[in-house]
Design a binder for this molecule. Structure first.
Ligand SMILES: [Zn+2]
Length: 290
């Protein structure tokens, strides 16, 4: 059984992290390289190179977590990624042709959610939602113990009707990402603390403005609980992990306001705990390709 291994690859905006993952969720050898941004073909070739840099003995499949929407049935990366040259590409087939191994792909935040559910702070939950609060806001959903393999672009859920414009290529208004992402809170920090301030400075100062962010986060979480019946919500991402303690008390009140009873009272909100959730989750998705 020790030979039952896969490779998980986490494609991020600045780096590619790949690792050998076993069925216990342990990450063995890893390789990290800067993300190639010159062209899509160059990036896909580099992804294959990163995989080949790992010992392939006993490796049965490869999973890729990518920062785009994913059409799981067709193995397509749909739409465009921010800062990464991937756009409307049949990624599963492209990587399978390069690697000659079974390949599966999934959205990066969905991979993280699946990893936290299986091996991290989501253990023991049956229905779980994860929100990654980083530059943007990503999300993943586990329902009845299985990864919900739809778009789950939870960051683009409307929490304020006709609210402020969303980030990047999104033309919507009032989306969770426009209020609760690290980038959005960087903007709040500049307004409150000066032109060089970042979200990190607000966290360091334990600034009450984070309570307002937490409130809106809770409004969003309340709706997610009503839709998915989640009993546990995991908060991850760079900003989410750093600001967790200052966001959650206000978020909890927002959840109580919006979630149907008794789900709001019993909901657990926990901080992501895995170091390489993206790699582990991509590995889990790879196991499902077998
Ligand atoms: Zn949006």
């Amino acid at each position: 059984m020790s030979a039952n291994r896969v490779i998980g690859v986490d494609l991020g905006g600045t780096k590619i992290l790949a690792g050998i993952v076993d069925e216990q969720g342990t990450v063995h050898e890893t390789v990290e390289r800067p993300t190639v941004t010159t062209s899509q073909t160059a990036l896909l070739d580099e992804l294959a190179d990163v995989v080949r840099a790992l010992p392939l003995d006993g490796v049965r499949a490869v999973g890729f977590g990518v920062p785009t929407r994913v059409d799981a049935a067709r193995g397509m990366a749909v739409g465009a990624a921010v800062n990464v040259p991937v756009r409307d590409v049949p990624l599963r087939d492209e990587m399978q042709a390069r690697l000659r191994l079974p390949v599966e792909i999934e959205n990066d935040a969905s991979c993280a959610a699946y990893a936290e559910f299986t091996f991290g702070t989501g253990r023991g939950a049956h229905d779980l939602v994860m929100l990654t609060l980083g530059t943007g806001v990503g999300g993943g959903v586990v329902t009845a113990g299985r990864l919900y393999r739809a778009w789950t672009e939870l960051g683009h859920m409307v929490i304020v009707a006709d609210g402020i414009p969303c980030q990047g290529a999104c033309s919507g208004r009032g989306h969770l990402e426009a209020y609760c992402s690290g980038r959005a809170v960087d903007g709040i920090a500049r307004e409150l603390l000066g032109p060089d301030a970042t979200a990190h400075d607000l966290v360091k100062a334990e600034h009450p403005a984070l309570g307002d962010v937490g409130h809106l986060l809770g409004i969003g979480i309340g709706s997610l609980v009503n839709i998915f019946g989640a009993t546990r919500v995991v908060i991850g991402g760079g900003f989410g992990a750093a600001a967790f303690d200052q966001l959650v008390p206000a978020a909890r009140l927002g959840v109580l306001q919006e979630a149907l009873s008794p789900a709001g009272q019993s909901l657990e909100i926990t901080r992501a705990e895995l170091d390489a959730a993206g790699v582990i989750g991509a590995g889990l998705v790879a196991f499902e390709a077998l």
